[in-house]
Every structure is written in C-alpha cells, then in structure tokens.
Design a protein around this ligand. Structure first.
Ligand SMILES: Cc1ncc(C[n+]2csc(CCOP(=O)(O)OP(=O)(O)O)c2C)c(N)n1
Ligand code: SF4
Ligand SMILES: [Mg+2]
Length: 341
C-alpha cells in the first residue's frame, strides 16, 4: 500500500501521528510507535475509535507520540490493566491499545497483567521489552538475563520472566513476539492484534540504546539481528481488501480473524502450528534454552469469551446509557433492602 495516499476513511498517515518524540534517538520504542501509526493508517481505523493506555516508563510515555487524535490515559506505574478494564467495560465500542514496559508489566504490574489476560479483556497489549527500567536510568527489570552484567548496576542473579510464556499460561488467545529491528513484522503483527477480539499480547524486544544495548545483551539490536528466527512471514489482509500477496499453496496458512480479515502465515524454515498451545510452550522453552529470538505469531485461539461477553454487557456502551437504564428502580432497591431486614 502506498503510504502517502489517503486511506479508506480519507486520512493520511500524518493524521495518525502524535507529538514529536522526546525519547532517545534510536530507542526501539520510537520504531514501534512508527509501526503503530502505519498499522492504524493501513487498517483505516478512525483515530477517535481508539483509546491508548499506558503505565509509567519511557515505553509508557510513547503513546504521546502516536495517534494524537485518539483518546488516552497515561496511568500509574503497573496499573494500566485496571484502568484499561474500567475504560473497556464503560465503553466496549472503543478499541483499546495498551503500551507498557517490561518493568511496568513484569515487575510492579505483574499481577494486574495476569488478571487482565485471564479475564480476556479486549485489548492490544504491547510490551516494549528492553530488559531495564529505562526511565529511572537502567536498573535490571524482571526480564533481564540471569548473569548479565551492567557497568553501574552489577550482576543480575535472577532468572528472567518470559512475557510471552506468562501470557500463554494465563490463557491469552493471541500471543506474539517481535523485534523493533524488524519493522515489517512488527507492523503486520500489530495489524493482526488490532483485528483480534480478546487480549492480544505482543512482547516486542525494543532495545534501550542508552542503558542496555551492548552486543552480549539479548535485548540489544546486534543480538536481535544475529539471533532472530522468524517462525513465518506474516501478512494481514484487511476484510475490505483483496488478497494481492502471492503465495504457494501448502506453504501458507490462512487464519480468518474475528473481523473477517485474513492473517497469512507463510512458512519459512520450520513447520509451526500457532493453534497448538503445547507446541507454543515447547517453542518458548526451546528458544530460551538455545538462546534464540523466535518471532511471529506464537499462539492463536479466537474461541474464548471476552470479558464484556462473560459479563453479559449490553451492546450499547454503558457510558452512553441514560441513568434510568443503569440504576435499578426505587422499588427494586426497597425489595433488596427488605430482604436484609
Ligand atoms: C509506584 C511507582 N514505583 C516506581 C516508580 C519509578 N519508576 C518509574 S518508571 C519505572 C520503570 C520503567 O521501566 P519499564 O516499564 O521497563 O519502561 P522503560 O522506561 O524501560 O521503557 C520505575 C521503577 C514509579 N513511577 N511509581
Ligand atoms: S533511556 Fe532507553 S528506553 Fe528510555 S528513551 Fe532512552 S533509549 Fe529509550
Ligand atoms: Mg524497560
């Protein structure tokens, strides 16, 4: 698609931008912001249909730098999941796009993250994973490698938390891993996640060029480039577009997304079935043991009720219902009170 042209709703890519970034030049988070802009533009999503959510960190600052016309809530460190839950339950028509960091998600916000996933809140949940607390000057986060040494911090004695693994064990229906140095894959996975109905977790290795970009770090650009092994070539064809990608039969798996879009996974070196949860767990374990950065769609399952469905929410957003539809009538309240007497 030519990106200088307007999309199906008459908007150019510039209409999806935010304010100029104040992050360090070369920060992986800037690259991910650019792919969020491109993905939303290419999918012709109306910016006012999106709510951006984040916690605290360089990553959580980044929603200021994309989708300047969307709603947004930059919340507290590690508390984005509860704010997101409130926002989505109050207005289920909004598309939630959460951006968090490895500190924000895997340290202080870890329990919030796990509960958001197990409830299957409809949200695209991006973790911009750099293995450090960038904003507070480079302390190890919970995803840092065991034995890694950083000049001013010392050696990390603890095993890392694997965010994709945690999403899988919490029963997420969409789990992907990518690398900020692979922008095309990042963009296509974001598009697929935006077309998914439920919690879509994207763990994106996003190097911190200031505090954690030495060659030996598994969160650096050079390590990622050398060790990335994509599972497949990912392309999302939106429901309204015709398939223009050429593919050999038998070499491409086509997954129909909830909104009718087609996700095309073209086979590369290995056979991989992203609907096999056991295979996904094994893949992540092998990748950890062999120090490989596997990227792509790790797991996919559309057949789980989302939180608004589980709670039987009405289609009309609660935020748009009149007070008399939200409050029980006086007689009902009296009946309830009487039952306690
Ligand atoms: C409750 C609370 N605890 C601690 C902090 C300090 N703090 C701010 S950002 C941050 C870590 C950010 O790390 P991460 O989420 O990985 O984002 P990055 O800056 O690396 O993108 C911490 C510990 C805070 N703001 N609030
Ligand atoms: S300190 Fe690190 S994470 Fe923060 S903006 Fe700079 S490069 Fe990015
Ligand atoms: Mg971080």
């Amino acid at each position: 698609m030519v990106t200088t042209t307007v999309n199906l709703i008459g908007l150019s890519r510039a209409d999806y931008k935010g304010r100029p970034s104040t992050l360090c030049q070369g920060c992986g988070h800037n690259s991910i912001s650019s792919q969020i802009i491109a993905a939303c533009h290419e999918l012709s999503i109306a910016p006012h249909d999106i709510i951006k959510l984040s916690g605290i960190g360089c990553s959580s600052k980044s929603p200021a730098y994309f989708l300047g016309r969307s709603f947004g809530f930059n919340s507290l460190h590690g508390r984005m999941p509860s704010i997101a839950t409130g926002a989505v339950m109050a207005n289920r028509k909004l598309k939630a796009l959460g951006v968090s960091g490895d500190g924000d998600t895997a340290s202080i916000g870890f329990s919030q993250f796990k509960h958001l996933v197990r409830r299957n809140l409809p949200i695209v949940y991006i973790v911009e994973n750099n293995g450090v607390y960038g904003l507070t000057k480079g302390q190890f986060s919970a995803t840092a490698d065991k034995g890694q040494v950083l000049k001013k911090i010392g050696e990390n004695p603890f095993m890392p938390i694997d965010i994709a693994m945690e999403a899988l064990t919490a029963n997420a229906g969409f789990v992907a891993r990518s690398f900020a140095g692979d922008p095309k894959q990042v963009k296509e996975l974001i598009k697929a996640a935006l077309s998914f109905d439920g919690t879509a977790v994207l763990d994106i290795i996003s190097p911190c060029v200031t505090f954690n970009n030495r060659d030996e770090s598994t969160k650096s650009y050079s390590w990622g480039r050398e060790h990335e092994q994509p599972l497949h070539d990912v392309t999302l064809v939106p429901a309204r577009e015709e398939i223009q990608v050429e593919y050999e039969p038998g070499q491409t798996t086509t997954v129909e997304m909830h909104d009718g879009s087609l996700l095309m996974l073209q086979k590369l070196d290995r056979e991989y079935d992203p609907t096999d949860r056991m295979a996904a767990l094994q893949l992540l374990e092998e990748a950890r043991a062999n120090q490989i950065l596997v990227t792509g769609l790790i797991y996919y399952n559309q057949d789980q009720p989302t939180l608004p469905e589980t709670e039987n929410l009405v289609d009309t957003p609660l935020s748009q219902l009149p007070a008399q539809a939200l409050r029980p009538p006086k007689e009902t309240l009296e009946e309830i009170l009487a039952s306690f007497r």
